[in-house]
Design a binder for this molecule. Structure first.
Ligand SMILES: [Zn+2]
Length: 230
């Protein structure tokens, strides 16, 4: 609680260790950031995302391009940062991460083929509770960077699914069946779907399924972090 208040009044402190930020630092201090584990090459993150999803979904879900910025480790400074972003009210961190993802997508030269950017939605009740959707906060600067429209209402959650934490891959899939409904016009579009963390890919697959079901032509994925079993 004290930490949250501190961030409210002193937004220029590191989201992980609460030290005052120096010039040129944004969201995190240099030493906490040095503990993050970014993929050296975007192809490395994409390859790992592809094998994570192929492990769980085989050929039933395939995506076009994929971008992940960091490898997620439990009890790491990155986990603490993502947790503060999602539950601690530090939504400005989403902007920091979204800009980084936007740079990656732009640098890959594949942004041209993308038609729109769609964040994975929260259930409306959860959004009221948390006041913002972290995926939308990440997707906004990403969409701006690649100059594509943000369609933040393209999908909605039908059911307030239980938290995915602690569920197996199969349980996650069952938990999410029919959870999303596409309501935006994405006919024939190449959609870039955005979320904060990919664990089994079940959320991305369910959201992608809803978009493909209403005529989206192709789906690409972008996530701040990829969690693999350690
Ligand atoms: Zn720090």
């Amino acid at each position: 609680m004290f930490k949250q208040l501190l961030h409210l009044f002193l937004p220029n402190v590191c989201a992980v260790c609460s030290r005052l930020l120096m010039e040129g630092e944004s969201g995190f201090c240099r030493s906490c950031r040095a503990e993050f584990d970014p993929f050296a090459l975007s192809s490395e993150g994409e390859g790992m995302l592809r094998s994570t999803i192929a492990d769980r979904f085989g050929s039933s879900f395939s995506f076009d391009r994929g971008w992940c910025r960091y490898l997620f480790h439990k009890k790491s400074p990155l986990q603490s940062a993502l947790h503060s972003m999602k539950y601690g009210g530090l939504f400005s961190l989403g902007t920091v991460f979204g800009r980084e993802l936007g740079e990656m997508v732009a640098a890959s030269g594949s942004a041209e083929g993308i038609d729109c950017v769609v964040p994975v939605p929260l259930h409306p009740l959860k959004k009221i509770e948390r006041t913002y959707n972290q995926s939308e906060v990440i997707a906004r600067p990403l969409a701006e960077r690649i100059e594509r429209p943000l369609m933040h209402r393209a999908i909605r959650r039908r059911r307030n699914t239980r938290s995915q934490t602690g569920l197996s891959a199969v349980e996650r899939r069952v938990n999410l069946e029919g959870a999303f409904k596409a309501i935006g016009d994405v006919q024939g579009m190449h959609v870039l779907l955005v979320d904060d963390v990919v664990t089994t890919g079940a959320t991305m697959a369910a959201a992608a399924g809803a978009l493909l079901g209403v005529g989206a032509a192709r789906i690409s994925l972008a996530a701040v972090a990829l969690a693999v079993k350690e």
